[in-house]
Design a protein around this ligand. Sequence first.
Ligand code: ATP
Length: 562
Amino acid sequence: MTTPPPETADAPTAKSMEDIVALCKRRGFIFPASEIYGGINGFWDFGPLGVELKNNLRDAWWHDMVRCPPEGPDGESLSIVGLDSAIIQNPKVWEASGHVGGFNDPMVDDRETKQRFRADQLFGLFHYTAQPPGKDRLFFDDVKEKLSAGEFVAPLVTVVANSEEEAIRHFVGRDWKPPKPYKRDIIENFKLELNRPFDLSLLDSQGKQWYCMSIRIPLQVIENFTAQVPSPFSKDGKAGNLMNPRMFNLMFKTSVGAVQDEDSVVYLRPETAQGIFLNFKNVTDTQRVKVPFGIAQIGKAFRNEVTPRNYIFRSREFEQMEMEFFCHESEATKWYDFWVQTRLDWWKSLGISADNLQRRDHDAAELAHYSTACADIEYRYPFTAPGFGELEGIAHRGCYDLTQHQEHSGAKLTYFDQERNEHYLPHVIEPAAGLSRGVLVLLCEAYTPDPERPSKVYMKFHPRMAPIKAAIFPLVAKDGMPEVAQQLYDELRAKYAVQLDVKQNIGKRYARMDEAGTPYCFTIDGQTLEDQTVTIRERDTLSQERINIDQVGSYLADRIGG
Ligand code: ATP
């Protein structure tokens, strides 16, 4: 093979999700919901550090989007107002928005194990041997062609994954058990090379070439051939356990009032955006806003996800930060471009490295019928690496939502533009970010292994995001040091999330703060009592310097703001 050295999918990534999850549990960022009862799939609780981190992200978004948004593309100051709408609305809302009719995922059940998963997350591994050298492309193209023509080629083994990269990692990594046609000794000696992102070439110990590919199995193929597709949960790689895909609505249903019948059915909102459209008229009638302007909302959303997975990446209860920016149709493209760039820059401003972020424009086939453009801001999560997964979507929604609500409710939602002397339904650009997913990104980005430190790892949060901004330590719990520390703590806590930690040796206290991601530690020692100076220990550089105790507040203000 002449392919370049592989970036093998099962090579250890610098950051392992297992380690991140363990740290989050150990330090009190995130706990499984109902843990003492065995948990509940797709639900998570944020612990003392997690809630501070989440609130910091939420507050930063609110500040930078609502209170103090950036200048517009022509240097104009933007007007964005906030909203907090109800989680349960009139069920007609979700008919108008298309969620009752269309918020469906095709799902497949495994008869034997009772596992259920999204059909579009099914990936198959095909294999082929004895292809003459140089001819492997023929095979890959051949399979793809057959699949796209609706012809069926049975995959040898299947997995459920979010992306093709993730699927490949399952196939070649620890999680995958070879199906019957393979022999264990052969597969263990395979050397993996990735020719192209989605094709695999395996060399066994005798130097024989095997060609494999993973491919997303098109829905129509599964519909017709479930009998021949092996279930991802099958122990022996045999087909026959999958049921035909069925549509499954992602909205949680409940009922209001004493009588539970069809008329009492309501839904937990699957997104915060619709509450904004419902209040468009209320806002324009009561506020001095003029198009272009935005309405923003942060809050819980609920989706009965078929396969909640990857920690808090895809959960059933989560939080969103969404803004609908209303503008004249003729200016919508300008605002779309502006918001995609602005949102990408915002995540970078929170310390997310540019290398781990990417913009992915949706192609025409992916766009909703009413949408003219949509781009995702994606992050390289440890479980998608080297690929990326969605963090935020920015959609050009046209005037679809206001039109739908106007038609379904009968209320007139048009806006009168005095400058243009025109009545119209504004077009909408929607930056929709996940708050919980954003927390996951902050955690993954911050996680920094460092074998030199006693903790072996530290959380390199941007100071604005750090759940604890500073820790105050008396070097020893005697000689008047705790009293000085207590006084400093009382002064600082009025403004910042700070912690006072009196006990244990200083190395252990630093280690705890490294894992919590606390950027600054102030230590009160013998010298403090003589000259009123304290030691500052900086998390990232480990540098230590002394400053006057009176300057601690301004030191933090300069670095954290406020
Ligand atoms: P996906 O394709 O991952 O299901 P989506 O495109 O349906 O997401 P949107 O409806 O655009 O997502 O929601 C906006 C944002 O809300 C997403 O970018 C993501 O950050 C967040 N989000 C959506 N679903 C979930 C979920 N189940 N758990 C956590 N966050 C979510």
